[in-house]
Design a protein around this ligand. Structure first.
Ligand code: PHB
Length: 389
């Protein structure tokens, strides 16, 4: 604890002494992502997005070279915090690009103290953006998707739902927002079942869900666990049980869909991105990620990295290459652009992402499973923040 305090204090002292943040010409972007550990597939998708953006747009912006320094938080928030301190104090980074919810939260006080932007590229938990005025999000919130699917399910015949949720902050948010939307629409929640984040075995939880006799199963598992879940779902005969599977987009993650059984065809989710999204910009994106990463299919996570770099590049253009944190945050607020996922913007009041949420159905196209977009909810804000206003 003491050691950490001393390091954080060090940031303030260095700036008091008037040390320049880094070599004049280079803009340093420190990335803290989960490259190993439980959520390693998340780090892989993020970096695929970051690298593709830089390959397409070069590494010079507003006359300054952009240098990216990647650190692996091993999926542990304490490690993330230490690495962010090192990036700020030793590397003198101008901007941080961070990942999963626990890490983004652990880093937030450092961004505030050092007054540098913390671009959140993965976390889907609403409250994260409120942890520092220097946080801007390019990912998503679970609330955005869970509100839409809750309303859709209630309107489309679901009456009694069991929730299975990965037991950490984004799971709690998916459950709370879905429950609110679904019960307002007249539905009933029979049971909420929490599954550990690390190495989950879904079988006993699926049995408990079935015993409650629901017509619908709402499931949130994080990116990289959808394949395991789908396998156990089918092994336990759920696909033939008449119970409808729904969820936020994570449950039919494009990263895992190609390995899933055809028994998943017909599953409906509310998500922010499909690899089959029909736009020229997305076709180029999917092809670019695939080519540079051994056939990897771009998923909803990768966009946070790609759009995060876009936000950083465009903000630097607006400031004429100046890197002071307040100026960069001001430049980021209200920014709008077309992403491979569709049109997106940064809400100037909350610094959170505003994006379309699509209702999608799993279908087989040219021999591969995809999420086909069947309805669009335009420019969806994070519902938890909208409710507070
Ligand atoms: C998160 O860190 O909040 C997170 C990570 C992966 C997901 C969803 C949320 O699929």
């Amino acid at each position: 604890m003491m050691h950490r305090r001393a390091l954080v204090g060090g940031i303030a002292i260095l700036s008091l002494l008037g040390f320049p943040a880094a070599a004049e010409d280079t803009v340093k972007v420190g990335l803290v992502h989960s490259m190993t550990g439980v959520l390693a597939p998340v780090g892989k998708q993020i970096m695929a997005g970051v690298r593709l953006y830089m390959a397409e747009h070069g590494d010079t912006v507003a006359g300054r070279k952009v240098e990216v320094i990647l650190k692996d938080d091993t999926t542990l928030p304490d490690v993330a915090k230490r690495l962010a301190q090192e990036l700020i104090v030793n590397e003198r980074v101008h901007i941080l690009g961070v990942g999963i919810t626990p890490s983004a939260m652990a880093i937030a006080p450092l961004a505030t103290e050092a007054k540098i932007p913390e671009v959140v590229m993965v976390s889907g938990t609403s409250v994260v953006t409120e942890r520092s005025p220097y946080i801007v999000r390019t990912s998503f919130t679970l609330g955005q998707q869970s509100a839409v699917i809750g309303e859709w399910a209630a309107k489309n015949g679901s009456k009694k739902t069991v929730i299975i949720q990965s037991d950490w902050a984004p799971g709690a948010e998916a459950t709370a927002v879905f429950t609110d939307a679904f019960t307002k629409g007249g539905g009933e929640i029979l049971d909420t079942i929490k599954v550990p984040l690390a190495n989950p075995d879904f079988a006993p939880f699926l049995q408990r869900a079935r015993d409650a006799n629901p017509d619908t199963l709402f499931v949130f598992v994080p990116a990289s666990q959808a394949g395991t879940f789908a396998k156990q779902f089918v092994e336990r005969g759920f696909d033939k049980s008449g119970i409808r599977l729904i969820g936020p987009g994570d449950i039919t993650d494009d990263n895992d869909l190609p390995g899933m059984s055809d028994a998943l065809i017909g599953v409906v989710t509310a998500g922010l991105y499909s690899a089959s999204h029909n736009s020229p910009i997305n076709k180029a994106y999917v092809a670019g990620i695939k080519k540079a990463n051994n056939g990897l299919r771009a998923n909803f996570i990768s966009l946070g990295g790609y759009d995060g770099m876009h936000l950083i590049y465009e903000a630097l253009k607006k400031t004429g290459g100046k890197t002071d944190g307040d100026g960069l945050i001001a430049a980021m607020k209200g920014m709008k652009w077309e992403s491979p996922r569709g049109p997106i913007s940064i809400d100037p009041d909350t610094r959170d992402i505003v994006q379309n949420i699509y209702i999608r159905r799993v279908e087989k196209i040219d021999g591969e499973l995809y999420n086909t977009e069947i309805a669009t909810f335009e420019a969806v804000k994070d519902p938890s923040k909208a409710a507070k206003k």
